[in-house]
Design a protein around this ligand. Structure first.
Ligand SMILES: Cc1cc2nc3c(=O)[nH]c(=O)nc-3n(C[C@H](O)[C@H](O)[C@H](O)COP(=O)(O)O)c2cc1C
Length: 122
């Protein structure tokens, strides 16, 4: 069932760790200005990065690398979706703190992007 599980990837270990049970899609959808297709997508990929100013975050001029990298990752997700005959959409209209709360992200994580992936409408 969509939205029942949330997994976080930890780049340090290259692993997926299940961190949350239950349907978080209503809260995620509300955090994203009520964009209903987030609730309908079988998969929503949320890209998060180190929150600016946090101890582990990239600092100074390189802070912009974070958004660039998120864009690169998102582009790859979109390309892979097309290659698999799926559809995806870049979603940036959301309240950062509401998404953070809905997904119970670690304090230092800053949500940058939501990418719903699913079967394209006929
Ligand atoms: C970074 C980024 C964030 C976006 N966020 C949203 C969004 O939150 N909601 C939305 O309806 N469209 C958003 N869009 C626009 C659409 O996802 C999409 O790009 C637009 O509808 C054109 O899509 P098409 O060329 O496949 O028709 C965003 C686009 C980009 C590049």
């Amino acid at each position: 069932m969509p939205g029942r599980h949330l997994s976080l990837t930890w780049p340090q270990n290259h692993e997926l760790v299940e961190t949350l049970h239950g349907d978080v899609l209503p809260q995620l959808c509300q955090a994203a200005a009520g964009q209903e297709f987030l609730r309908e997508a079988p998969l929503n990929i949320v890209i998060a990065a180190g929150r600016p100013g946090h101890a582990g975050a990239i600092r100074g001029a390189r802070e912009r690398y974070v958004c660039m990298e998120a864009g690169h990752a998102a582009q790859n997700i979109h390309l892979q979706a097309v290659a698999m005959g799926l559809g995806s959409a870049p979603i940036g209209a959301f309240d950062d703190e509401q998404v953070h709360a809905a997904l119970k992200l670690p304090d230092e994580h800053w949500p940058l992007y939501i990418i719903p992936v699913g079967y394209p409408a006929e």
